[in-house]
Design a protein around this ligand. Sequence first.
Ligand SMILES: Cc1ncc(C[n+]2csc(CCOP(=O)(O)OP(=O)(O)O)c2C)c(N)n1
Ligand SMILES: [Mg+2]
Length: 391
Amino acid sequence: MAKGDPGASTRGRRAAPRSKKAVTGDPELVQLLTPAGARIDSVTGPDGTEYRVDFTDEEYRGLYRDLVLVRKLDAEATALQRQGELGLWASLLGQEAAQVGSGRALRAQDMAFPTYREHGVLYCRGIDPIMPLGLFRGVDQGGWDPNEFKFNMYTIVIGAQTLHATGYAMGVTMDGKTGGEDGEAVIAYFGDGATSQGDVNESFVWASVFNAPLVFFCQNNQYAISEPLERQTRVPLYRRAAGFGFPGIRVDGNDVLATYAVTRHALDNARHGQGPTLIEAYTYRMGAHTTSDDPTRYRIASEVEAWQAKDPIARMKAFLDQEKIADSGFFAEVDEQARQEAIDLRERVLAMPNPEPVTMFDNVYPNGSPLLDEQRAQFSKYFDSFEGSAH
Ligand SMILES: Cc1ncc(C[n+]2csc(CCOP(=O)(O)OP(=O)(O)O)c2C)c(N)n1
Ligand SMILES: [Mg+2]
């Protein structure tokens, strides 16, 4: 796992092997690593910003390790759901680079507002990956402290977290915490489907006119459950930002390096008081929407296969291999670490204690309420009436 702040150290940097100073293929897409694993030195965005990364070999390997671990833990969670150990799971399969690239671009002081699929960002924030499994097992409400890790609770209500993030970001400005390298920036994650929500559009307006230090990070994974992108928009999503008065940029969301570069730049602009940016991370949901969904009902296999050729981990591995940044021993060691961490995750999920039903009343208000106390007493009495009840 790439600890700390990749790209921040100044020692042992590796120059990109190829010096191609152009956007390849789609001119609307920032890409620094092609699907075949070839590096592009730098890309100039539409506003003249030059995007590049400057990692050491160790940092490149760290990003690869993150990608593999995040995918393996996600696969283990899906398996646990299939075996009845979780009520539901929302897999991030295919979106690892979008999440690790943006998650590692965050500085320690930055605040993130996730949806329900940001397990990769959660991992980058240093939160124990077991935490969301408790939520999806129904034994707790998430378990991590949003203030400690600067990572809010998962939000299921589509788009709502963009409003929370906007309010938080406006508060950051009011507290005088923007300006300079130590300034705080905020990032809000949401999906392509969420862009059709009123909440998201309202948050665009407020963030824009109040110049909030906020990055809107849209993972366009091409679907909102069964609804394809063309049911959400007639223009590329990143262009929506122009109508609200702030910059928008589309990045190859399956390219961890480009995602890192674009997100870091947008966060730094925000922390320096230059207002919001919309990033559209162009990616693909390789699996089902959740374990309750059957994607074969609404999309064809050839589409999935076409995206498999753009796999975010395969291209990073090809790059590390071609440039001799990592060898087979390293790849085997990462796979073994992932295997061990998945076993550990499984064991700890199975050992999770079931909460006492009455504890559902505990976290509704910080200081309780008389009405809730009454409900708790009624529920306890009812529960005690069952034969063999623990109460
Ligand atoms: C306000 C609201 N409406 C509807 C839903 C049901 N719902 C859950 S996920 C989802 C699709 C979201 O798609 P997208 O924003 O693209 O995110 P993705 O799941 O693809 O990451 C919907 C409609 C919800 N959770 N909240
Ligand atoms: Mg989507």
